[in-house]
Design a protein around this ligand. Structure first.
Ligand code: DGP
Ligand code: NA
Ligand code: NA
Length: 214
């Protein structure tokens, strides 16, 4: 595979966590910091609500449509798969991708619904590009509550989010994934400092390693 001008690939870096942990803010700050230090970096987010599949997901999340639970799970996964060619191209060009949610959200959110087995939930995402680093922004429910009310979207209730948190804790036991837990209760700048340190480390390591598969 072509490895770009510098001969090195970019790193695939994912931020995960329950809603309101600050993922989106931290993704933007990380991309900005990497770019300012001369490292090519771009942000992506899942779900990407701009595609045809993403629009179906968006309407579902906004409670404007109802979709059967297995069906919507597969749509979320398809929304990740449809971006894989672009992701691989950018990584090969040496661009580090900072991704707001990925397959782990897919598994944590669907398996928080009654009647879903973890292994069934994981199957559609098997084979996706494997992140070089997954940072879990840890924020307990009491601290999350201090950040204000939930919005009106589907899944935005404390009861559901607590179950999601438990599912993430199960997923973090997987030693084949480079999980790093970040204390998201710190102020924005300290969270950013921790995230940047882990990311620089992952970017350096990724240069000498092939991109893996989930
Ligand atoms: P966000 O745009 O990051 O606020 O995410 C929208 C919501 O969708 C959020 O509650 C998390 C949830 N979500 C993200 N990815 C998936 C997924 O793959 N499957 C399911 N069921 N929910 C997801
Ligand atoms: Na949300
Ligand atoms: Na967000």
């Amino acid at each position: 595979q072509w490895l770009g001008m510098a001969g090195t690939r970019g790193a695939l870096i994912v931020l995960e966590g329950v809603d309101r942990a600050g993922k989106t803010t931290q993704c933007s700050k990380l991309v900005q910091a990497l770019q300012q230090s001369g490292r090519p970096a771009e942000m992506m987010r899942f779900p990407d609500r701009t595609t045809t599949i993403g629009q179906l997901i968006g309407a579902y999340l906004e409670n404007k449509s109802d979709l059967e639970d297995h069906t919507v799970h597969l749509l979320f996964s398809a929304n990740r798969w449809e971006m894989v060619p672009l992701m691989k191209k950018k990584l090969e060009q040496g661009i580090t991708l900072v991704v707001d949610r990925y397959a782990f959200s897919g598994v944590a959110f669907t398996s928080a619904k009654p009647g879903f087995r973890l292994d069934w939930c994981m199957q559609p995402d098997v084979g996706l590009p494997k992140p070089d680093l997954v940072m879990f922004l840890q924020l307990n429910p009491a601290e999350a509550a201090l950040r204000g009310q939930f919005g009106q979207e589907r899944y935005e209730t404390s009861v559901f989010q607590r179950t999601v948190q438990q599912r993430f804790e199960q997923l973090m036991k997987d030693q084949t994934v480079n999980w790093q837990v970040i204390d998201a209760a710190q102020n924005i700048e300290n969270v950013h400092r921790d995230i940047t340190a882990h990311s620089l480390n992952a970017i350096n390591k990724a240069q000498n390693l092939p991109l893996g598969e989930l």
